[in-house]
Design a protein around this ligand. Structure first.
Ligand SMILES: [Zn+2]
Length: 71
């Protein structure tokens, strides 16, 4: 699992927006860019080149983990 403090400082490298982890903390999603970043051995790979595009029917996870809603 990723550290909550780490999650707070992580940002999407493309838009500098917040990223949201999925339940298993295997991916970090950027809803704005519709990209997801792999988490490998608890280390997020925050590189646009390594990111995967979300499928058209794939929804990034909603926040709601106490971090507060994004604007
Ligand atoms: Zn982004």
């Amino acid at each position: 699992m990723l550290d909550a403090k780490l999650l707070e400082i992580l940002a999407c490298p493309a838009c500098r927006g917040p990223v949201t982890p999925d339940a298993d903390h295997q991916w970090l999603y950027c809803a704005s860019c519709r990209l997801k970043y792999r988490v490998k051995d608890d280390i997020p790979i925050m590189l646009v080149d390594e990111a995967e595009k979300l499928a058209d029917d794939e929804q990034p996870p909603a926040g709601g983990d106490g971090k507060g809603e994004m604007h």
